[in-house]
Design a protein around this ligand. Structure first.
Ligand SMILES: *[C@@H]1O[C@H](CO)[C@@H](O)[C@H](O)[C@H]1NC(C)=O
Ligand SMILES: *[C@@H]1O[C@H](CO)[C@@H](O)[C@H](O)[C@H]1NC(C)=O
Length: 345
């Protein structure tokens, strides 16, 4: 367990004042204020489609989200050697199981949605009652196979794409060592129907057996979930794009990867559950994940991600109208006639 070692409220304040680099944008409600952006305060906040289109074009110079979303079956053969993206000196092979579960066509080809939700896993979602609003987006992206059933009021229940780092198999599903864990895992995947399960199998060394066990289970149980494995160039491409924005991120978090990819598939991007701070805007503790007891030292240079930097970046984009960050409670559905402000194009 990692303990927080310094004044975290001041960390939040510092982040809150540094996220707004755009001159004249201080009038944007909710970003620099003590309460953070929330749908409640959307007020005069509007999407800037010109900016969103510009960002999409720039990202397309670095990656092709349609293609980089997954390695295709036609591009590889079973037994091919693959070097890990982050551990170039280590390699693994394309297993028969993985090969058979690779898509023949890009999983999100020809998809474009007027709005998408990307749901991060921060405990800030607890008691947010954002589930209804999240579920209304035509496309919902979730991270790391986070549970939804028991939390649907706050996080929603629909999923169109969900990521799964290999470590999740160990951390949340007992390494699939017992029948019970295998059943729980199968149950979780079955609930996804034919949504996309995005498995960064070749990012970092370690976990290849876990991926293999998970994929075998998908195959044995004949689950409908559509497996995708990001291209080997995706991470570098995403990093390259953000470098041109002066955001040096060695290892983008899943959330930032998803945002970068989703710009291609979505007109309006709504982010929920992104809050890399141990306290909320009122100073109350916020769990790292809404669903487990994991703790995390957000600013540690030892950790793989630089979440506060990513958050400042996303906040700046929020204040410019390129995306909408939802970090407060959502309005009850009744008051908006079931259609929540900000969702309508
Ligand atoms: C929206 O902007 C108008 C004009 O700038 C202002 O009068 C009004 O108070 C603002 N509303 C909110 C909710 O901020
Ligand atoms: C929208 O973004 C574009 C590109 O950054 C900018 O030129 C324009 O002023 C913005 N529009 C508004 C209303 O903020």
């Amino acid at each position: 367990m990692v303990m927080y070692v310094f004044a975290l409220l001041s960390l939040f304040r510092q982040a809150a004042v540094r996220i707004n680099p755009t001159p004249g944008s201080s009038s944007v409600t909710g970003v620099t204020g003590a309460e953070g952006p929330s749908s409640r305060q959307a007020g005069n906040w509007t999407f800037n489609h010109t900016l969103a289109n510009l960002i999409r074009k720039e990202i397309l110079h670095f990656l092709d989200p349609v293609r980089d979303m997954s390695i295709l079956r036609g591009a590889v053969s079973p037994g091919d050697t693959v070097h890990y993206v982050l551990d170039r000196h280590s390699s693994t092979h394309i297993s028969d199981t993985l090969y058979r579960l690779l898509p023949s066509n890009p999983p999100l080809r020809r998809q474009y949605h007027h709005s998408c939700a990307i749901v991060g896993n921060s405990g800030i979602l607890l008691n947010s009652r954002c589930g209804h609003q999240i579920d209304q987006h035509p496309f919902v992206i979730r991270c790391n196979l986070a549970p939804v059933e028991e939390f649907s009021v706050d996080v929603g229940s629909r999923t169109d794409l969900v990521t799964m780092n290999p470590s999740v198999v160990q951390r949340a599903f007992g390494d699939l060592l017992t029948d019970e864990w295998r059943q729980r895992f199968a149950h979780r995947l079955r609930a996804l129907g034919s949504s996309v399960l995005w498995v960064p199998a070749f990012m970092a060394k370690g976990g290849e057996e876990r991926v293999e066990w998970a994929l075998r289970l998908i195959q044995e149980q004949g689950l409908d979930v559509r497996t995708a494995v990001p291209s080997l160039r995706l991470l570098h491409a995403v990093r390259g794009y953000w470098l041109t924005k002066h955001v040096p991120i060695k290892r983008p978090s899943t959330g930032l990867l998803m945002y970068t990819l989703a710009t291609r598939f979505c007109s309006q991007l709504h982010l929920y559950g992104f809050w890399p701070f141990p306290l909320d805007s009122h100073g109350a503790p916020v769990k790292y994940h809404y669903y487990d007891q994991l703790t995390y030292h957000y600013t540690s240079s030892a950790g793989p991600h630089v979440m506060p930097l990513e958050y400042r970046t996303l906040s700046a984009l929020h204040s410019q109208g390129a995306l909408q960050l939802h970090t407060g409670p959502c309005e009850p559905a009744e008051t908006t006639g079931g259609r929540t402000e900000g969702l309508v194009v």
